[in-house]
Design a protein around this ligand. Structure first.
Ligand SMILES: NC(=O)c1ccc[n+]([C@@H]2O[C@H](COP(=O)([O-])OP(=O)(O)OC[C@H]3O[C@@H](n4cnc5c(N)ncnc54)[C@H](OP(=O)(O)O)[C@@H]3O)[C@@H](O)[C@H]2O)c1
Length: 261
C-alpha cells in the first residue's frame, strides 16, 4: 500500500531534473496517474543550465499545467532560497521532494584513484555539490513540509558513500561527500521529526544506472547490473511508496534493503 494513498492530489519537487535519474522522476510523476494510484497535482522541477535541460524544458512547455521549471544551482544558497520561495508563492505544501543532484566528474574534475590525485579545490567541489547543497535544500524546503499530511523527502546518495561497505578505496571526494551527505540527512530526519512529524526523510542508493554520471565507468559493469533510468526510477518509487514512519533517517538500496552507514 502506497505511503501517498491518503494524499490526493499532491505536489512534488524534483531537484536536479535536467538529466539522468532526476529527469526520469519527472517523467514518472507526469504519467503516474496512468499506471498506478499516484495522484500528482504538480511537479516543480529544478535545473541549473538550459543546455543540458532541453528535454525537461520541452516537457514543461508541453505540460504547463503539470510542470514548473525553476533554475537552481545548489551551490548558491540564494538560488535555493529563491526557488523555494517561488514554490511557496504557488502552494503551501509539498508531499514529495527528491534531490537527484550529484557529481562524480565534471570538466577538470575526475574521481581520484590515489592520494597523489587529491587537491583542495576538487575535494571542496565534491562537498559543495554532493553534501552542502543537499542540507541547504533541506533548510529551505522545511516550511513546505510543515503540515499534517504524510510526506517524503528523499535524497539520492550512493552505496560508495557507505563507510562500513568500503573495501575498495579510491574516489576519495565522491565517497566522503556522500558519507557526509548521509550524516547530514540523518540529522535532517531528526530535526524534521520535531517540526514536521509526518515527514519521512531518507537517503537512497539507486544502483548503477546508465546516465551521464556513470557513463565513463561502465566498462566493467555487467549488463544486468547497469539499470536503465526508467528501471531505477520505478525501483526507487517502490521503495519510497513502501516507506513507514519508523524508516525516517535510514539509508536504503534500490531493492529496499538497508545499507550500512
Ligand atoms: N548513475 C549512477 O550509476 C549512480 C549511482 C549511484 C548514485 N548516483 C547518484 O544519483 C544522483 C543522480 O545522478 P545521475 O546518475 O542521474 O547523474 P546525471 O545524469 O549526471 O545528473 C546529475 C544531475 O545533477 C545536476 N547538478 C550537478 N551539479 C549541480 C549543481 N551544482 N546544482 C544543481 N544541479 C546540479 C545536473 O545538472 P546539469 O545538467 O546542469 O549538470 C543533473 O541534473 C546523483 O546524486 C548521483 O551521485 C548515481
Amino acid at each position: 500500500m502506497s505511503i501517498f494513498r491518503e494524499i490526493k492530489p499532491f505536489n512534488t519537487c524534483v531537484i536536479g531534473a535536467s538529466q539522468g535519474i532526476g529527469l526520469g522522476f519527472v517523467k514518472y510523476l507526469l504519467t503516474s496517474h496512468q499506471n498506478n494510484q499516484l495522484s500528482v497535482n504538480h511537479i516543480y522541477a529544478t535545473y541549473r543550465q538550459d543546455d543540458s535541460a532541453r528535454e525537461l524544458l520541452t516537457l514543461a512547455a508541453t505540460n504547463p499545467e503539470q510542470i514548473t521549471c525553476l533554475r537552481m544551482d545548489i551551490t548558491d544558497e540564494n538560488q535555493i532560497a529563491m526557488g523555494m520561495q517561488c514554490i511557496r508563492n504557488q502552494v503551501q505544501k509539498l508531499h514529495f521532494a527528491i534531490n537527484c543532484v550529484g557529481i562524480l566528474h565534471e570538466e577538470n574534475l575526475q574521481p581520484e584513484k590515489s592520494l597523489r590525485h587529491l587537491n583542495f579545490d576538487n575535494l571542496t567541489r565534491y562537498f559543495q555539490v554532493n553534501s552542502i547543497g543537499g542540507v541547504l535544500l533541506a533548510k529551505h524546503l522545511l516550511p513546505l513540509f510543515k503540515h499534517q499530511d504524510r510526506s517524503v523527502f528523499a535524497t539520492i546518495s550512493a552505496k560508495v558513500g557507505s563507510i562500513g561497505d568500503n573495501f575498495l578505496g579510491g574516489w576519495y571526494g565522491y565517497r566522503a561527500s556522500k558519507a557526509a551527505l548521509n550524516m547530514l540527512m540523518r540529522n535532517v530526519a531528526i530535526e524534521y521529526a520535531r517540526s514536521c512529524p509526518k515527514s519521512i526523510v531518507v537517503t537512497l542508493h539507486p544502483g548503477t544506472t546508465d546516465t551521464r554520471l556513470s557513463q565513463p565507468f561502465q566498462t566493467n559493469v555487467p549488463p544486468e547490473k547497469l539499470f536503465p533510468v526508467e528501471r531505477t526510477v520505478s525501483q526507487l518509487m517502490a521503495v519510497i511508496q513502501g516507506l513507514k514512519p519508523e524508516n525516517s533517517g535510514q539509508f536504503f538500496s534500490w531493492d529496499g534493503s538497508n545499507l550500512p552507514w
